[in-house]
Design a protein around this ligand. Structure first.
Ligand code: NAD
Length: 358
């Protein structure tokens, strides 16, 4: 199979981890006789520094021409501490999602048995958890009108949804539920928010087309609590942009660390694959970042964009093997981890490649 992959490392640890997702894809191509070609492009602070634009036109053009995109993360401390800066890294990410029509963000909460102890939740509550989140990506408060009063003392962000936006992601989530355990939980705040009432009404309508899927509706506050109390309760979770942003970070603790969770953003065109974490300034440039989420993002690309489940499984197995052999990066190590098995970004990346090559 011939594929053209665009790599956008972005900022901070994005640069450090993405090289391993890319290297894993190259090794898979070698193992299975595929021809993957790689191009690279700028986004975020790295792009602002060079071009003044967080999403240069050249990056967008390359993205449109590619078969899939492997992304790292964007962000820099200078923007976090100065909200008044007008040109910001996250504008690049929001814009590319909008331009490529990436309306569904899929976040599998894949739990490796070896990491049960790395989570802050008790192992017996976690064991057997397997959740697939569908987070809507192009609507909600992120894109609604933003206002600030003249005296700067009042502000608002419009939470807006259109029926078609809910319908298209609901179809994707119901179809996934049909392939899994046929259970779907839609999360909203329909007791308070009008946009959530539209969300619930639309999901109820779509549900009629999938009578084999058992559909439940849950309020976001309850869902946030249930996710910790009894994560096995959930299978496919469908939710809006803001609620999904928060719930999936919460769910990352089920998997032990942000450094373990991959995501796929898809629409009707090219797919965009990225770890769920940000650019992590606190550990950037120190060889401390966990590269496994980037490698698992590459696995999602193989499965979803290229339809190569066997190759995807080989990547997940190589990660699993590294964990089974006791190797950890700092974020997933616990008191039982031997000091000699705590690896840096580079060493963990190399180890997974070694297992892949075997
Ligand atoms: P973050 O995800 O960067 O980091 C949160 C915590 O998790 C930090 O303590 C960090 O050290 C740790 N962590 C994250 N990824 C890790 C990894 N691979 N290995 C080990 N530890 C890891 O979130 P934040 O600190 O809230 O934000 C930092 C910057 O990232 C900000 O500028 C923010 O805007 C940006 N951000 C970008 C994205 C994105 O590009 N998709 C997402 C979230 C935040």
């Amino acid at each position: 199979m011939k594929k053209n992959i665009l790599v956008i490392p972005g900022d901070g640890i994005g640069q450090e981890v993405t090289q391993w997702g890319k290297a894993a894809l190259a090794q898979i191509a070698k193992n299975y006789g595929h021809e993957f070609t790689f191009d690279e492009a700028l986004m975020g602070h790295a792009a602002i520094e060079v071009t003044g634009n967080p999403l240069p036109e050249e990056t967008l053009e390359k993205a449109r021409k590619s078969d899939a995109i492997l992304f790292g993360a964007i962000g820099h401390a200078m923007y976090d501490n100065d909200p008044s800066l007008k040109v910001r890294p996250e504008q690049g990410l929001l814009k590319i999602r909008k331009e490529l029509g990436l309306y569904a963000n899929l976040r599998p909460i894949l739990l490796f048995d070896e990491l049960l102890e790395a989570s802050s939740i008790k192992a017996h509550i976690l064991k057997g958890t397997d959740i697939l989140f569908f987070r809507e990506l192009t609507g909600d408060v992120y894109f609604g009108e933003k206002k600030r009063s003249e005296d700067r003392n009042t502000a608002s962000d419009l939470m807006i949804y259109h029926r078609y936006e809910v319908e298209r992601i609901a179809h994707k989530a119901f179809q996934a539920a049909q392939q899994r355990s046929k259970r779907l939980c839609s999360v909203d705040k329909a007791n308070v928010l009008e946009s959530s009432r539209l969300w619930r009404e639309t999901v109820q309508e779509i549900a009629k087309q999938y009578p084999d899927v058992e559909t439940e509706h849950m309020f976001i506050d309850n869902a946030a609590m249930q996710l910790i109390k009894n994560p096995k309760k959930f299978d496919v979770v469908l939710t809006a942009n803001l609620f999904g942003d928060i719930l999936t970070d919460e769910a990352s603790q089920i998997a032990g660390s942000m450094g373990m969770l991959a995501s796929a953003s898809v629409g009707d065109g090219v797919g965009f694959y990225e770890p769920i974490h940000g650019s992590a300034h606190d550990i950037a440039g120190k060889n401390l970042a966990n590269p496994l989420a980037s490698i698992l993002s590459a696995a999602l690309m193989l499965e979803i964009s290229f339809g190569l489940p066997e190759e995807a499984k080989a990547l997940v197995s190589a990660v699993d093997q590294a964990l089974k052999d006791g190797y950890r990066t700092g974020d997933i190590a616990d008191q039982n981890t031997e000091a000699s098995k705590i690896l840096g970004t580079q060493e963990m990346g190399q180890l997974v490649l070694k297992y892949l090559a075997q």
